[in-house]
Design a protein around this ligand. Structure first.
Ligand code: SF4
Ligand code: SF4
Length: 363
């Protein structure tokens, strides 16, 4: 079988991060700095990715600015014909660093913010960072790079959506990704504290509609669907091993960043295998590729080529079997497990947020 090439890569350059977001989807066990791929390793990954057909790389983490060789990695991607986007908390970005990265070929920046005010954003980040984010936004605008803002939404900030979008307009974002929390990695630990109520989501969607009617198209407002509440699964990663791959900080290669939790799969590493072999030949990338692996009800469903049966990591996290239909789908025989979580969310829940490390510097 010929495997079409991927076009996107998530390059997780480090798991180290100055923030401690309770909704972080990175693994509970992080890759330590001593196990990270070095500059030569990432340079080779970029060359192999370009040769494989990848045209877009998200340089992510953790906080990729913690890599002192980030400009060299950007330059390697540029030399391989790959468009790079920096995905950053903004902490550590100054004018000189941004100029260095832009000079190396960086094409766009996606900045995260946790809420609309310094106090609430810093509280959710578990570290003082809002002022750095505001400065970073101004620098990206000044540099003329395309500028996206990412806000992970949950019970603690959905009611501030109006102010969050106003902030994005004030900061001059071209695009705002309003990403309802995906419950993987550390975020799964905090699910009870992060799950919103249906009322909160309804109000937020009304706010979103009002902004969309008011704005002339910029910033573009992208709403990442809260799949727990919609009865419709997300087409996770555009399909397993279909359009995108993730390279973890230690060089492991996964079909999606959450897949490390799945049992029975051995994820290959770029230290031992070329990216082309990994994409085309490895068992891990073939495990849920296409539709042949599906059981009922997906195997007979007309939507199977559209949503690929939803998310394998979510199926495993909730049912213990990665090959089952994503329970977010209303047609799944396990959908009641999701309904139990969403329908029982109390409106005055006080479940505390659990931070990865004790919080420092609350504003
Ligand atoms: S979600 Fe927060 S803690 Fe996790 S990598 Fe992003 S900025 Fe760091
Ligand atoms: S049954 Fe499977 S293919 Fe059909 S909508 Fe649900 S997840 Fe998608």
């Amino acid at each position: 079988m010929t495997v079409p090439p991927p076009w996107a890569m998530l390059a997780e350059l480090t798991h180290a991060c100055p923030l401690h977001c309770p909704y972080c989807s990175n693994p509970v066990e992080l890759v330590g700095r001593a196990r990270e791929l070095d500059t030569a390793g990432w340079t080779r990954v970029m060359a192999e990715a370009g040769a494989l057909g990848i045209v877009h790389a998200h340089l992510s983490g953790g906080e990729p600015l913690l890599r002192r060789d980030l400009d060299l990695i950007v330059a390697a991607a540029e030399a391989a014909g790959i468009y790079t986007q920096l995905v950053t908390s903004g902490v550590g970005l100054d004018r000189a660093r941004l100029a260095e990265l832009a000079g190396a070929g960086l094409r766009s920046v996606q900045l995260s913010v946790q809420d609309a005010t310094a106090e609430t954003s810093d509280h959710l980040a578990g570290a003082r960072s809002f002022a750095a984010k505001r400065r970073a936004a101004a620098l990206v605008r000044e540099a003329g790079l395309p500028f996206g803002l990412n806000v992970v939404l949950h019970r603690h900030n959905l009611d501030s959506l109006d102010e969050i979008i106003a902030l994005a307009v004030e900061w001059g974002a071209d695009r705002v990704e309003l990403a309802n929390t995906q419950f993987y990695g550390w975020a799964l630990r905090n699910r009870a504290a992060l799950l919103p109520t249906r009322d909160q989501l309804r109000r937020a969607e009304r706010t979103l509609d009002a902004w969309r009617a008011r704005l002339p198209g910029t910033p573009e407002l992208v709403w990442v669907v809260p799949d727990y509440f919609e009865g419709v699964p997300k087409p996770c990663m555009g399909g397993w091993g279909a359009v995108s791959l993730t390279v973890a900080p230690d060089g492991s290669v996964l079909p999606c960043p959450g897949a490390y939790t799945l049992p029975g799969l051995t994820f290959p590493n770029v230290r031992e295998r070329g990216l082309r072999w990994i994409w085309e030949e490895s068992g891990a990338f073939h495990a849920y590729r296409g539709t042949a692996w599906m059981g009922g009800p997906c195997s007979g469903c007309p939507r199977r080529e559209d949503d690929f049966g939803g998310c394998r990591c979510q199926a495993y996290a909730i049912t213990g079997d990665a090959a089952r239909t994503d329970p977010a789908c209303a047609l799944s025989p396990d959908h009641h497990l999701i309904r139990r979580l969403t329908d029982d969310t109390p409106p005055d829940d006080r479940t505390p947020l659990v931070y990865r490390r004790p919080r420092r510097g609350r504003a």
